[in-house]
Ligand binder design. Sequence first.
Ligand SMILES: NC(=O)c1ccc[n+]([C@@H]2O[C@H](COP(=O)([O-])OP(=O)(O)OC[C@H]3O[C@@H](n4cnc5c(N)ncnc54)[C@H](OP(=O)(O)O)[C@@H]3O)[C@@H](O)[C@H]2O)c1
Length: 243
Amino acid sequence: MQTLKNSVILITGANRGIGQSLVKAALEKGAHKVYATCRDLSKMPDFGDERVVPLALDITNASQVANVLKATTDIQVLINNAGVLNAGTILNGERSTIEQDMEVNYYGTLNMMRAYATVLENNSPSRIINITSIVAYSPLPSIAGYAASKAALLSATYSVRIELAKKGVTVHAVNPGAIDTDMNKGSDWDMPSPDIVAQTILDKVENNELDIIPEEIGLGMYNAWKESPSKLAEMFHNMYHNN
Ligand SMILES: NC(=O)c1ccc[n+]([C@@H]2O[C@H](COP(=O)([O-])OP(=O)(O)OC[C@H]3O[C@@H](n4cnc5c(N)ncnc54)[C@H](OP(=O)(O)O)[C@@H]3O)[C@@H](O)[C@H]2O)c1
């Protein structure tokens, strides 16, 4: 499968932010059906398109994952977008919020990959698209629990990429820097809209790029990291101490 045209796609956290934009971008790509999932269906926007099938799904809830799986065994593309971000350092952050970041971003996404691996294999060629973050490469200390959860997710994404490589399932890691969503409320950075970023993500997926950095802020950070991991660490150190 090269393009997303006529494909059946499931997106988590589809009620707002990047997830909502990914639903719209998938429709524009000519998807046959989009399962738009979110925790609270009363918050799901009306996409005005009968190809959208809204479903309730909290990715940390094993029985909900199992029920949604039963109703969506026709998918070829799983987009693991749902995530949370809590502020706090490793030394002084609330332990409970560090655990919540891990529970949703890492274990929640693991739940989805483990539940859908066989379905995706059966429906191959197929794809898993995990939205991680540029902080998976290097932690920003003010959001250290989030960074650790995304580093864990990036590692798991790479493992699953190898596990499924011979089974017709392509596994993409999307590592954005900063996008203008609720997650970045209060930030004064000049950030791209989630609509633009979602289109870029799906363009790059169709182009078979495995590791996707969909916007300029993330690209700048990634290039610094590529030059030398300590360079990105120093950028984050400066941002942290300037706050
Ligand atoms: N914005 C950025 O700059 C940025 C950068 C790098 C990576 N990312 C990643 O991109 C993804 C989307 O972020 P966003 O910016 O669109 O954030 P957002 O606007 O805060 O949206 C987060 C989405 O995740 C959902 N969610 C949270 N916990 C969930 C759970 N347990 N089960 C199912 N859904 C859950 C939320 O649902 P509710 O409405 O019910 O809370 C919401 O739909 C996240 O994985 C985030 O880490 C974002």
